[in-house]
Design a protein around this ligand. Structure first.
Ligand SMILES: [Zn+2]
Length: 298
């Protein structure tokens, strides 16, 4: 039998195997996450190649640009589709201008990296405010939502009621297959370690059959990723705390993470170093952890 999940590669910024769109076919076909606006051609081509001529659902694990950037374009291409997103992020999908301008503080060339990001008609947005079956895939099969803050406040996970597959967005960080390890994703402004750890424990308690981080593809071992992810996030925050305690700021923290790469990831293949850094940079992670530590102190 064909795999119930088709992994489409957005080829984000020219990289393969970093950012996925998951396609669940059936009576009411759904995609989970859309990749960035800058990948829209690849995404639309991959959907066409997969034989998708209509979509019932565009489901967003959260609204970061690498997950939701192309949602408006997909909504335009598939006018029958509804867009499902946590309520914390819903208004930014109807009007992405604030999301866009806050990201512009972190990235120099927004349009090339992420653009375009189109607004979505409010009527088509399903804002999720509690856990439960939110997406009817047809034939008694649903996607059930589970709120999973920590990486971001607008993050949720989706459990396929028929297969037990769990789509976690960035709740467990980034695990690209050719690196084979978890790299925390701790961007500003909402990263929170305690929330991340408790969300991970809660998702593990669902006993999913498989786990799909958006970056990238199914994890080979469910228990292993649930063990590794909170441990890695904690390891990075503790290292950052030590850098701050010894008087360091953002640049010292970034340097410290760079210096610890071999200590943290001794077996990372050398050709993976750049790809790994690319998938969630030291800069972004350090900014998010620094902000979290400041919030925790106050
Ligand atoms: Zn994210």
């Amino acid at each position: 039998m064909a795999d119930p999940v088709q992994v489409l590669d957005t080829r984000m910024h020219g990289w393969q195997g970093i950012t996925a769109v998951y396609l669940l076919d059936g009576p009411n076909p759904a995609v989970i996450d859309t990749g960035p606006g800058s990948s829209e051609e690849h995404i639309l081509a991959a959907l066409e190649e997969a034989g998708v001529d209509s979509l019932a659902w565009i489901v967003l694990t959260h609204i970061h640009l690498d997950h939701a950037g192309a949602a408006g374009r997909l909504a335009q291409r598939f006018p029958e589709a509804q867009v499902v997103v946590r309520e914390e992020g819903a208004r930014h999908m109807a009007d992405p201008s604030r999301l866009w301008s806050s990201a512009a503080q972190l990235y120099p060339d927004m349009q090339t990296l992420w653009g375009p990001m189109l607004p979505i008609d409010k009527q088509r947005i399903v804002a999720v405010s509690s856990d439960g079956p939110a997406v009817n895939l047809g034939g008694g099969r649903t996607l059930d939502t589970f709120y999973a803050p920590g990486h971001a406040k607008h993050q949720m996970a989706l459990l396929d009621s028929a297969t037990g597959d769990l789509f976690v967005g960035d709740a467990l960080g980034v695990r690209v297959p050719d690196a084979g390890v978890v790299r925390p994703a701790t961007p500003p402004p909402e990263f929170d370690l305690e929330l991340m750890v408790s969300s991970a424990a809660r998702l593990h308690g669902l006993r999913p059959a498989r786990v799909f981080p958006t970056h990238f593809g199914p994890a080979p071992d469910v228990d292993q990723i649930f063990e590794e992810a909170p441990r890695r996030f904690t390891q990075w925050v503790e290292a950052a705390e030590r850098a701050v305690e010894s008087g360091g700021g953002l640049s010292e923290m970034i340097e410290d993470f760079r210096a610890r790469r071999e200590e943290f990831y001794p077996d990372l293949p050398p050709e993976m170093v750049e790809k790994f850094e690319y998938s969630c940079s030291y800069d972004l992670n350090s900014r998010g952890i620094l902000r979290y530590l400041e919030k925790r102190r106050n």
